[in-house]
Design a protein around this ligand. Structure first.
Ligand code: NAP
Length: 269
């Protein structure tokens, strides 16, 4: 995992768990690399013994320009996973798969009953979520953001299925939604709460939150209490790690309850 800083990352725990489980002769390390040193570090990644890397803040946009991005990384505008194929450095954005695979696991038929989704937020993770929803054929995606220009920019990036909507219109939007996703940092430990009333949301709608600290956000607690199916941020984090591991080691690892418990224990430490 390459970042600046990188200490907080849970990826070494997740990949370290799978490396041990599959008895691989490998190691997953943290590399704290300043922005000015990043291009050189990437240029010599293989010489340093690496099969690839995860990339985090602030290098995700730079990683895109230093590699051959797939459709997901290009659409999202950021790469979080690098790997070599035929000697060339490729990149993808695994948050897209993390988001959709988490929903597949939590609510297997989620795409069947989905025509309208609401996404709160318009930052980096919103781009991955919106691209995932478009990949799965969701026709209408309402995007609500504090800074309206950023939601407008997502319509320009992703096209007509994205509908920027003002916060004040959220109750009307919720009344028609089959899926609500929080991609803002609101509700996260140390951040302001996400003040939202799920009252208008139909009972069959699914609620997903990308925030995983706390594990059970007030949004998810409210959704569970109302009987909605939910998908949480920690499971998304685990599912987004699957593809990187597969690309580096050729084994598609499993997200299990035991792995989740390991990361949960670390998060509440
Ligand atoms: P980001 O690019 O910085 O975007 C942050 C978003 O939150 C923006 O839409 C921003 O609105 C909004 N926001 C922040 N403070 C706000 C406030 N006080 N009031 C209203 N809106 C506010 O961040 P990101 O990378 O998308 O990450 C967002 C969250 O998702 C973080 O908690 C992160 O940990 C989590 N995440 C989880 C996973 C996972 O695997 N579970 C993956 C990626 C991200 P403005 O545009 O108006 O600033």
């Amino acid at each position: 995992m390459i970042g600046w800083p990188v200490k907080h990352s849970r990826s070494p725990l997740i990949h370290g768990y799978w490396i041990k489980q599959y008895r691989l002769d490998a190691e997953y390390r943290r590399e704290e690399i300043a922005p000015e040193a990043f291009p050189d570090f990437i240029a010599h990644l293989q010489e340093r013994g690496y099969a690839g890397a995860n990339i985090t803040i602030p290098h995700k946009e730079m990683a895109l320009t230093l590699s051959e991005p797939d459709d997901r990384a290009r659409a999202v505008g950021a790469a979080n996973t690098l790997w070599y194929e035929n000697g060339r450095l490729h990149s993808t954005n695994t948050d897209v798969e993390g988001f959709t695979a988490n929903l597949d696991a939590a609510v297997p038929d989620w795409t069947k009953r989905l025509d309208e989704a609401v996404v709160l937020g318009a930052g980096g993770s919103a781009r991955a979520v919106i691209y995932g929803l478009i990949e799965r054929g969701v026709a209408k995606i309402g995007v609500v953001n504090r800074t309206p220009e950023r939601a407008e920019a997502l319509r320009a990036r992703f096209g007509q299925s994205v509908h920027p909507v003002h916060w004040s219109a959220l109750p009307h939007l919720l009344a028609r939604a089959n899926l609500l996703v929080n991609t803002t940092s609101l509700g996260m430990t140390g951040q302001p709460p996400l003040a939202i009333d799920l009252g208008p949301l139909p009972r069959h709608a699914i609620v997903a939150d990308l925030v995983y600290a706390p594990l059970e956000t007030p949004l998810l607690a409210q959704a569970r209490a109302r009987g909605h199916a939910v998908a949480d941020g920690l499971d998304m984090l685990l599912y987004q790690a699957v593809r990187g591991f597969q690309l580096w080691f050729g084994v598609r690892p499993e997200v299990t309850q035991e792995l989740r418990q390991v990361v949960e224990t670390d998060l509440v430490k």
